[in-house]
Design a protein around this ligand. Structure first.
Ligand SMILES: [Fe+2]
Length: 383
């Protein structure tokens, strides 16, 4: 339980309690426009409320806020300062309130690790869920060797997990150059002295073809990464980016990156080539429909809502289930697909271009810049 004398809750603990479905209320006290751009949307039984501090502290009768005084309230703001005031205000009125330490900025650095079923060659398959962003990375372990896929920039989380798993990193992979978060992959490869794998088509800027300033090992279609007793096989599935690559293990798992999600597909419109990349995406989908077995477990790099979770709260689904239930993946006609993509075109944050350039080594961003660039949930999926 949180320490009620301090009336604060660390964001990691909040995430774990929401994950378990505890009957917590979350109260966001930021300005409405900030809440609209992204707020806590995580948890099996999330009970979310938003009342800006200015309104909350001035309310004549706190019952107007319709908070339940029988259940704890986690109060969150931008950086964990104004939430303290709101927490004290609610406590004085008999509510069990806790201020979330570090606010939304800290919430976006929380990773919840989830162990999935092992495969014949992988003793551990861990999905790291960066819950504030809907971003998923993976640690795969075979015979004490680990491959880390699509890591975020908070490398200490991966160090801790690897130590817990008693695993030694052997390689780091990006399934594509990310637009919505600063990848930790290159820094991890340097720190752990292991190769960094990336498809060569993603090693150049998609905007102006400037070659990325990065050291990487090319991972092309059909290439393999061997570690422990396991082998990952690369399948080039362009569309979301030109170099998008899925990683298959034991013909049982497919880490699909932002190519294929549980309920959607990766947007092909992030670099200004919407129609031609939509066609590439269609052909990638056609290819996997013809070659991937139905029982293959798809493990994507993102999700957009809680509805994409399994009963055990992992984000994963069999390929045959996705083929039948995912609107984009179920389409049978290329023209219908390309039109559907065009009809669902959305804007995307200006920050995405800077993030991609940072991931290509073309610009440097500090940790505080990264926090601002990354803020908010991902917009990588269509729809
Ligand atoms: Fe992406």
């Amino acid at each position: 339980m949180p320490d009620s004398s301090l009336s604060q809750i660390p964001p990691q603990e909040l995430a774990e309690r929401l994950d378990r479905g505890e009957a917590l209320q979350v109260l966001d006290v930021r300005a409405p426009d900030k809440v609209e751009r992204g707020h806590i949307a995580f948890g099996a039984e999330l009970d979310f409320h938003a009342h800006p501090n200015s309104k909350l502290l001035a309310v004549p009768d706190v019952r107007e806020l319709q908070l339940d005084n029988a259940r704890p309230i986690a109060v969150i703001c931008g950086h964990g300062n104004s939430s303290k005031k709101a927490t004290a205000f609610l406590r004085e009125r008999g509510y069990e309130a806790y201020s979330v330490i570090g606010g939304m900025a800290a919430w976006e650095t929380v990773y919840v690790a989830r162990q999935l079923s092992p495969t014949p060659s992988l003793s551990r398959v861990v999905q790291l869920d960066r819950v504030g962003k809907g971003a998923l990375s993976y640690v795969l372990v075979s015979d004490g060797d680990a491959v880390v896929v699509d890591p975020g920039r908070h490398l200490e989380r991966y160090d801790t997990l690897l130590a817990e798993l008693r695993a030694t990193p052997a390689a780091v992979v990006d399934t594509h150059v990310h637009a919505d978060y600063i990848s930790g992959a290159r820094a991890a490869a340097a720190r752990w002295q292991v190769p960094y794998f990336l498809h060569p088509d993603d090693a150049v800027s998609p905007y102006d073809q400037t070659p990325g300033r990065l050291t990487y090992q090319a991972l092309s279609d059909g290439d393999t990464i061997a570690f422990g007793r396991a082998t990952l096989r690369a399948a080039h599935v362009p569309g979301h980016t030109l170099g998008s690559t899925a990683l298959l293990a034991d013909d049982g798992l497919a880490l699909t990156g932002d190519f294929l999600f549980v309920q959607s597909v990766g947007r092909p419109d992030l670099a200004g080539h919407s129609e031609s990349w939509a066609k590439l995406l269609w052909h990638s989908l056609e290819r996997v429909r013809q070659t991937w077995p139905g029982e293959l477990l798809v493990l994507p790099a993102h999700y957009a809502s809680e509805s994409e979770r399994r009963a055990d709260r992992a984000i994963a689904a069999r390929f045959d289930v996705i083929s039948a239930t995912n609107t984009a993946a179920a389409m049978q006609d290329e023209r219908v697909f390309v039109k559907w993509i065009a009809d669902h075109a959305m804007t995307f944050p200006d920050a995405y271009r800077t993030i991609k350039e940072a991931n290509l080594g073309l610009v440097n961003v500090s940790d505080s810049d990264a926090e601002i660039l990354e803020s908010g949930p991902n917009l990588c999926a269509i729809g």
